[in-house]
Write a protein that binds this ligand. Sequence first.
Ligand code: GAR
Length: 192
Amino acid sequence: KPRIAVFASGSGSNFEAIAQAAADGELEAEVVLLVTDKPLAKVMERAERFRIPSVAFNPKAYKDKADYERTVLGRLREEGVDWVALAGYMRLIGPTLLDAYPNRIINIHPSLLPAFPGKDAIGQAMDAGVEVTGVTVHYVDEGMDTGPAILQREVPVVPGDREKTEAAIHAVEHDLYREALRKVLAESAVTE
Ligand code: GAR
């Protein structure tokens, strides 16, 4: 089975959705590691509940991004990681990790990219007054929320209600991430 590491900085609801799908056999993969840059993030508790090993690295403790990523990469190699899934990991991926995992790092973002990249995509969409926003899962490159889309799904904005809009987006995210992972894993199994 392909071995996935999830990178997350926050609550980790997407981490949990992926871990649950793998545990239920809905995703033919194993989540072998959680990597975080925020040791106090709630996602750490979720990893513990799933008995998935986790590791927290403080990027500020390294001399630069390359140095930080070399350390992360060392850990990924120890765990035999094949794929990296970013799930609310609020940091750009640099060449060290991109070169080590070409077309093997994917990300989820709460908008219909290329609309509303970066932070608070849901707030950006509401402020812009759009009626429909959505979710994108895409391959990661050096840009912020750029890279070829794997799957996208629309989600209607609930006008003036951020909480409801956010809940709807999160629900779609949890399904879409599982589907996108199934898709990329199936495609790579064919070409290998
Ligand atoms: C998700 O909505 C994800 O799409 C977003 O962070 C949230 C993390 O939620 N990512 C980005 O905005 C990336 N630019 P979670 O911690 O509950 O999975």
